[in-house]
Write a protein that binds this ligand. Structure first.
Ligand code: SER
Length: 318
């Protein structure tokens, strides 16, 4: 990786990944692109930045050509709950955005990182120790775009030799930017509520168990996968990766170790509950461990400690 384009750069993953890449590869070598150009001052100030709509084929290709990009981290997408609300738009952004990136990559010989998700699985998938290779029949439009994206990336690799690689991310927990409309967002919101109101009304049930990961591990995984030796990869799109698996009740209990008067209640949102209930409880990520050395650093206790510290500072600074 020498010249990198990040789409969706102001989103939950992009706003942290872009800065880490700028640190590692030089600010001028990491081009940030986002639909909402005003949602960050840090990214335009720290390196090249473009306001683009990923559905616009020409603007993606222009940036790739102008900057001679060799790698694209394509993060722009609608998340599960918001996609369920606007399914036609979700298909348009998630699929046409991806094919534009793949076409630009085919013409300009770029490698592509595509984030898939636990959402690429469905109710018929084994929910415990979900295998790397298993049945994928998602019931959400988000999941349908993710499994289609996995297949399209595999196709571009086989048919055109585009070096596509991807991860099936679990719910991602981050201290910098809030997730935008996913079904696992409770695991971020809960920290702000715990530190301000000492109470959180959770939109998933107490026993909804899902895979999760702290953002520093999510970023490390993406960079490590893109730097992995091509010869060691048997899979490509996309690898199961997880760092921890918990329920809202278990997360609340861990927060209570730091904030004893914190309370949680449950105000279940039927849409997000139905989405989350169709996803795996715990994925088997042994293929990622074996093929490119995936190894998370943060477990539940370490993640909670770090989140509480960082969010407390954020709240203090307004
Ligand atoms: N966190 C995502 C969502 O809830 C899952 O990929 O949509």
């Amino acid at each position: 990786m020498k010249k990198i384009l990040v789409t969706g750069a102001t989103g939950q993953i992009g706003s942290e990944l872009t800065l880490v890449l700028r640190d590692q590869y030089g600010a001028e070598n990491v081009i940030a692109a986002a639909y909402n150009r005003r949602s960050s001052t840090e990214l335009p100030e720290s390196g090249p930045f473009y306001g683009i709509d990923v559905r616009d084929t020409d603007s993606i290709e222009q940036i790739v050509a102008d900057h001679r990009c060799d790698t694209i981290f394509h993060l722009a997408a609608l998340l599960s709950a918001v996609a369920e609300d606007r399914p036609q738009e979700a298909w348009d952004i998630n699929m046409n955005g991806l094919i534009n990136v793949l076409e630009a990559s085919r013409k300009h010989r770029c490698s592509v990182f595509f984030p898939s998700s636990i959402g690429a699985f469905g109710p018929g998938t084994p929910a415990n120790d979900t295998p790397q290779d298993t049945m994928q029949r998602p019931t959400t439009i988000y999941g349908i775009t993710k499994v289609s994206g996995e297949l399209l990336c595999d196709y571009y690799y086989r048919r055109f030799g585009v070096d596509t690689r991807g991860l099936r991310y679990p719910g991602l927990i981050s201290s910098k930017v809030l997730p935008g409309g996913g079904s696992t967002d409770y695991a971020v919101e809960i920290f702000y509520a715990a530190l301000t109101a000492r109470h959180y009304d959770c939109f998933l049930s107490a026993e909804t168990q899902l895979d999760m990961m702290y953002m520093p591990d999510a970023i490390d995984a993406a960079i490590r996968l893109m730097n992995a030796d091509n010869n060691t990869l048997r899979h490509r799109n996309a690898f199961n990766v997880t760092a921890m698996s918990f329920t809202p009740a278990k997360l609340a209990a861990e927060i209570q170790k730091h904030i004893p008067d914190f309370t949680i209640a449950y105000a279940i949102d039927p849409v997000r509950q139905a989405i989350a209930s169709s996803w795996p409880r715990h994925m088997d990520d042994s293929a990622a461990r074996a093929e490119w050395g995936w190894q998370p650093r943060f477990d539940l206790a370490a993640m909670v400690r770090d989140m509480l510290e960082k969010i407390a500072v954020k709240i203090q600074n307004g």
